[in-house]
Design a protein around this ligand. Structure first.
Ligand code: 3HC
Length: 313
């Protein structure tokens, strides 16, 4: 006989998760599971959309036609990622208008990383290699998460992120084969983006209030610190390969742990950034609010057209 009481349903749900089953939109799920997913997925979607801004800043200044075409494609990909993830969040009953209202009012978070400025062309390389590299580590794990629509969106997104990662590394490796000022520009970009990239994985496990629940429900397959360590271990040899270094005197291979040790992350800076006090938070929100206002006539026209042609839906 099927369980109908909440405690029974919750146990059945947890058993399904423990067996590695995938949860689909019409399946029963605890309200808290739904809420946590909407929180995380909407923040993720906002991050993809805000993530277009730092790189969009360089489209008109890309050093060649080829670089410009690649950068344009990458920025467009980020918009597409935002759309997939908003759609996936809608399968949980969320209304996209509400999610956007939360974001534009400053109540919903987006990734800390996009609140830093892009000062030189080398920043395009550092973002592709480090930021998209960190995103891949996080999102490859999410591609195996317990919620079907999110996991499937991540599979496609990760394929595109791999291209972003490679193009970033290629920009930096080209600069590292160039003149002294070009090499210095590449190193400077890496110096500025290294620590913020490590912060992308979220606070240390001991200070991560959502992790316990998300790990139990297999939304997260690994903790923030585990993924951060995985990213460092993969990225340090790539840096050495093209002659770059990271601004951390404590970064060193630990033979006993079989991992790199690293220095202390500035958590005060991280919490300032996620609470709206980073170098570019105001600029980013202003740009997104303007885009929302500028796009109003398109939304109204689409709604009016749909009202006139009800059979199109
Ligand atoms: N930036 C902004 N906020 C962050 C953050 C970060 N780097 N890391 C953590 N936070 C926030 C959390 O959202 C949470 O806030 P809330 O409870 O008020 O909503 C708070 O800090 C505490 O952190 P927790 O560790 O408890 O939060 P989570 O368990 O949700 O873990 C996470 C944080 C690892 C970011 C997780 O939510 C996650 O994996 N999210 C999905 C992936 C994602 O959002 N990536 C954003 C990067 S964008 C990107 O990859 C685009 C690509 O094109 C570059």
């Amino acid at each position: 006989m099927k369980n109908t009481d909440t405690a029974g349903l919750e146990k059945e749900f947890q058993d399904r998760i423990d067996r590695g089953e995938i949860i689909e939109p019409k399946d029963w799920m605890p309200e808290r599971y739904r809420k946590q997913l909407i929180r995380m997925m909407s923040q993720h979607a906002h991050s993809e959309v805000v993530g277009m801004l730092p790189e969009g800043n360089w489209i008109t200044r890309a050093p060649s036609l080829r670089r410009k075409a690649v950068l344009l494609a990458k920025v467009q990909d980020e918009a597409g990622h935002g759309l997939y993830i908003y759609s996936a969040a809608e399968t949980l009953g969320a209304d996209r208008k509400d999610l956007l209202a939360e974001f534009l009012s400053g109540r919903a978070k987006y990734s800390s990383i996009f609140n830093y400025p892009t000062l030189t062309w080398a920043d395009m390389g550092a973002i592709g290699w480090l930021v998209d590299g960190a995103a891949i580590i996080n999102q490859t794990a999410l591609a195996k998460c317990s919620y079907g629509p999110y996991a499937r969106a991540m599979i496609r997104i990760c394929k595109e992120e791999n291209f972003h990662h490679k193009q970033g590394y290629e920009i930096l490796s080209t600069l590292m084969k160039g003149s002294l000022p070009q090499r210095a520009m590449a190193q400077d970009a890496v110096n500025r983006w290294w620590w913020p990239s490590l912060m992308m994985f979220g606070p240390q496990d001991a200070n991560s209030p959502n992790s316990e629940e998300l790990l139990r429900w297999k939304v997260k397959k690994y903790s923030n610190d585990e993924l951060r360590q995985r990213f460092i271990d993969r990225t340090v040899p790539q840096a050495e390969h093209i002659g770059l270094s990271f601004p951390d005197p404590l970064l060193k291979w630990n033979e006993k742990r079989r991992h790199y040790d690293f220095g202390k992350i500035n958590w005060e800076e991280f919490f300032n950034v996620i609470n709206g006090r980073g170098p570019c938070n105001r600029e980013r929100m202003k740009a997104r609010k303007k885009a929302d206002e500028d796009g109003l006539w398109v939304r109204l026209a689409a709604e009016a057209y749909a009202a006139k042609h009800p059979n199109l839906n």
